[in-house]
Ligand binder design. Sequence first.
Ligand code: MN
Length: 275
Amino acid sequence: MASRAHGQLNPCMKPERPLILICNDDGIEAAGILSLAAAMDGLGDIVVAAPLTEQSAVGHAITMRDPVRARPWPFRGPSGQIPAYAISGTPADCVKLAMDKLVPRKPDLVVSGINHGPNTAVNVIYSGTVSAATEAAILGIPAIAFSYCKWGGGGDFEASGRVARQIAQRTLQGGLTPGLLLNVNIPDLPYSEIKGMMITRQARSKWEESFAERTDPFNRTYYWLSGTFVNLDSGENTDVYAVENGWVSITPIQHDLTAYGAMASLEEWDWGSLD
Ligand code: MN
């Protein structure tokens, strides 16, 4: 199976060219992943492994109790056909499966997106787009998640694509500290109106939930999640601030959730021995 999957890739690939793996959470047919593939054109060899259906807000979920299937998918970039697979799983599944079975060699970079909608602040933890990149970082590959900060439908990925290309180029040249990934949020502005790039931190924020309550045709109550995003952070170096003020936000993030700052004070408690 592995050798057959490898056989479907372009036999002319030169090993010295960087290999870029592209994923997303909006699904393989989303406009954002086409824009991202176009933005990566010429930077290296490209493989696409993306969910067959939209997987937004699945976070870092993985599929363990069902089979995962990878279907070769016709995917056209500016320079022709790109080896691509539509995967019946989550964004994290896509990266795991691609790394084990679908790529011809270890990728030099994994890029995820371009997500339609922001992945700033607390949204990072719900985001499938970020989780694809996080999974790559766990596996030791430099990774970047890209999000186009437009709510609702429509919009134009042109500026986001140009930004994505520049950040990918710099990352290919400079590399990233192992375990680190970049979470990039791009404002919904024409390219000429974007002020530049800002290194940021995640804004402190929350969602105020408001579940709509309805009754189904069988007279059973059901709930539908909605909510309002609340920014609790007035800092001027946050991801939310950057995007709202016309900057591209670049937040370095990591999967290690340890609150290192809390360790010392907790150690002062009398943990001692068990009762
Ligand atoms: Mn999405």
